[in-house]
Design a protein around this ligand. Sequence first.
Ligand code: ADP
Ligand code: MG
Ligand code: ZN
Length: 611
Amino acid sequence: MRALLKNIGIFVIAMVVLALVANFVRTSKNEVRTVAISELAAGIQRKEVKKIEVMDADLTITRVDGKTEVSRKEPTESLPTVLRAYGVTPEQLVGVQLDVVGQTGWRYWLGMLLPVFGPIILIIALFYFMARQVSGANNRAMGFGQSVAKEHVQDEKTKVTFADVAGMKESKEELSEVVEFLKQKEKFTDMGAKIPKGLLLMGPPGTGKTLLARAVAGEAGVPFLHMSGSEFVEMFVGVGASRVRDLFQRAKKLAPAIVFIDEIDAVGRRRGSGMGGSHDEREQTLNQILVEMDGFEANSGIIVIAATNRADVLDPALLRPGRFDRRVTVTYPDINEREAIAGVHAKNKPLNPEISLRGIAERTPGFTGADLANLLNEAAILAVRRAKKIIDLTEILESIDKVLLGPERRSHVFSDEEKRMTAYHEGGHALVSHLLKHTDPIRKVSIISRGHAGGYTLKMPVEDKHYHTRAEFIDDLAMTLGGYAAEKLIFGDDMISTGPSSDLRAATRIARDAVTQYGMSDVLGPRTFGTREELVYVGQGMADKDYSEKTSEVIDGEVARLVKEANERAKSLLVAHRGVLDRIAEELLKKETLEEAEFVALVGVPKGLAA
Ligand code: ADP
Ligand code: MG
Ligand code: ZN
């Protein structure tokens, strides 16, 4: 599209230039005066004209005094006829030298041909350019069958090894086995062992799956063919399959080698689920992957590593023995791993010595490796922008917020009333959370808008948690509704804004999970209802709805009850501590942001008072 616009642009410019040239050609002799025929006739009668050159309709007049003038007549009439009409007698014309000349030379031809052929030539040129571009795309289309896999034969400098991957001890151990297979195939084949063909890395985005796969290749010193699942699926049916074929052909030539298929869920979704459009193409691609994996010998030295963050949607055929039968789960890093990852990414950055990596790890539960890399990078950029020599703690803290919540939007202008609402809203969250026992401590309250949030309340667990108790769910629910309850309490029903809608959605979700996934409802008992899939894939959810309509009513009832009770709880806490809420809101309006210590001092009562 852009190329087309560019071509049209060139075309327009060329036209303008051409028009100017043509105009120049025609008018270049017009530095001289132009006179009307009537004036010429009058001049002849006064005997001021010496010579007239007739060139078609153009007249070049040489006067007795040596000056030149030009004029025009009708092309069909002869000059004497025209002049006679203006009262010039043949006698008066006798003294004038009349030269009738044919146009000659390049100017004549250019003047004749340019207006006719110029545009044609330009249009042809335009078509030619466009055709070339299209055929470029076509050529690429013809080459679609070839894989676009990026091939990395890593050299010493860019090589990624296990040393670059912090933490992930178990994953690395499992993978180092693969490295050994690749390095010393014979050791295993001599023993009659079959080397695994496929290995699936599963884990949330940003946890280092791609990094791990590259590290395996780097450790083993073998080529690494990298292709993303979405790259298989192009606009033409059959392209994906032929790309797969080509990818494996190349791998066979390079063996031993690693074929890395990133985001395999893009092609490897469970077949026949009928979700998403072009699933024919996807299924063909997936089939081809299966065929290729079955096709090569177990000991050919090719190992296929695939990565996905949606292992639950993968086609079971992919996971059968002989295919991706080895699975390595990559999880969110724990506090020690976060410390190590922060160390890897802090290596080339001058940090203020007072910053401890441990401290960063403590403040970043739930961060992935990618988040941590991003955090340190943001901090470095901030330090540069502030013309600092080293990165200070303030930059780190600000970057944590930025990674968590998106960039600050100071430019967003709030009215005073909106600010007051936000202050009470965030104050409500923070106060309810502080008064309850099973919530995480408040780290920061702010009415500076970030990303989509009008303000934010940051809470953070003291340690990493893997299980949540029922009491925590109940308190969390009340805390989530704290903002809504505060707005309602202070500003009344009529003034409730659209602000808390995401809170309400979050609360509903917490309640629903507690009831349907964690068996926390006494009425429904200890079982799950539906799969979590259901929330994402409605169509699939139909099939997976493993409970009756009647039960679904009970679930709705339970969810509504939990949310309502939590709201009541939040409200009564806020009513009981109305004075504190006002203080927090006032302080927030003044300072915009309250850090943990300021907040605790302001509240004045110990955490978990209302338990
Ligand atoms: P995924 O493929 O799981 O989405 P990536 O492998 O692309 O994640 O990781 C993104 C980035 O995060 C990496 O390039 C790296 O900078 C950083 N990262 C993730 N995990 C780690 C780790 N364990 N050690 C060091 N850096 C990591
Ligand atoms: Mg990745
Ligand atoms: Zn809120």
